[in-house]
Design a binder for this molecule. Structure first.
Ligand code: 5GP
Length: 121
């Protein structure tokens, strides 16, 4: 399946939809999730058009990998997540529950988050 240029994160990257920005560099953008699942819920996305983590790791340039990693570290620092910890998640595809088909990681924290996954039937 090819990349959907109309997905909401592509629209945020083009400036068509607003976001609450946390950090930006040449390769990545970080912003607050619109429907937070924890007191702190940030999203970090690459600016390049990758649909999921598999595509990203398979195809990203060294600059893209470095820029994306740096964005994650900056968000952890800026949101004060390091001291008590946080959870970093990426969802891929149907079984992963991915809703937005532009690669992103979730950074969640601000309170104890409990066990890692709740699987519902
Ligand atoms: P996924 O389920 O694809 O891993 O996560 C997509 C995330 O994007 C969800 O946590 C959802 O709340 C968030 N989201 C969906 N639409 C918007 C939006 O327009 N703005 C922001 N900031 N987050 C969004």
């Amino acid at each position: 399946m090819s990349y959907d240029e109309g997905n909401i994160f592509a629209r945020i990257l083009r400036g068509e939809v607003p976001c609450k920005k946390i950090f930006e560099n040449k390769e990545a953008l970080a912003f607050h999730d619109a429907y937070p699942q924890a007191p702190v819920h940030a999203l970090v996305i690459p600016k390049a058009a990758y649909q999921n983590v598999y595509e990203f790791y398979q195809n990203a340039t060294p600059e893209q990998l470095k820029g994306f990693s740096e964005a994650i570290v900056n968000v952890i620092d800026l949101l004060g997540l390091k001291e008590y910890g946080y959870r970093m998640i990426t969802n891929h595809g149907l079984y992963g529950g991915q809703e937005v088909p532009h690669f992103h990681v979730h950074l969640l924290g601000g309170k104890p988050l409990g066990r890692m996954v709740t699987v519902r039937d």
